[in-house]
Design a protein around this ligand. Sequence first.
Ligand code: SF4
Ligand code: SF4
Ligand code: SF4
Length: 200
Amino acid sequence: MTQKETTQVKMEDVRAKADEKRCPVQKSLVFVEEFLDGPMCGKCFPCSMGSYEARVRMRRLIDGTATSEDINAVKRISLHMEVSSMCKKGKDTAKYVLEQLDSGVFADHVSGSCSCNECTAHMKYIIIPEKCTLCGDCLDACKDNAIIGEKKKKFFSGYMPFEIVQKRCTKCGECMKVCTFGAVKLVSARETAEAEKVGA
Ligand code: SF4
Ligand code: SF4
Ligand code: SF4
């Protein structure tokens, strides 16, 4: 591994950036990404290769393509990094990831959910018909034409409820921001799929 130029980014800044996230997997990924982009110098193998490999595995957990082997790999890498990294920066990165692994939340991501509701691959936006006033604000806000429904006009009835077409939804969250009636909700994709199966 060749050495790389390091930036002036401090480890405290790396941690602060990671701590902005709620989900332990997201925290770990941000920490490792910020570390790789900044203070990681590439002088020693366990830290440099370990960080790159952990990043790949954590990205899989976030995008919903991971297996439990990816979690085992992150753990193995971190334990090795903690012991074998040449300096405190590598050791601190490993410690941070190991602390997040202790939360137990990594396993959720293999079974298709994110208990912190932060990893959008495991979530979906839905419209609650009982709360929807048919105002149409979400329709105007959605740039991906993922919402179907008809704005309410005075003295007319029999409208189709507003609905999000999941295949078109890019999970940008704009509809939720503009809906002042709390009718747009972010829910667990796995739980709704299970509820649909039970209701079928
Ligand atoms: S542990 Fe320290 S010396 Fe080794 S690659 Fe990481 S930052 Fe560089
Ligand atoms: S903005 Fe909210 S209330 Fe208005 S149509 Fe969309 S979901 Fe319904
Ligand atoms: S999350 Fe974005 S893409 Fe999906 S329905 Fe809402 S506004 Fe459209």
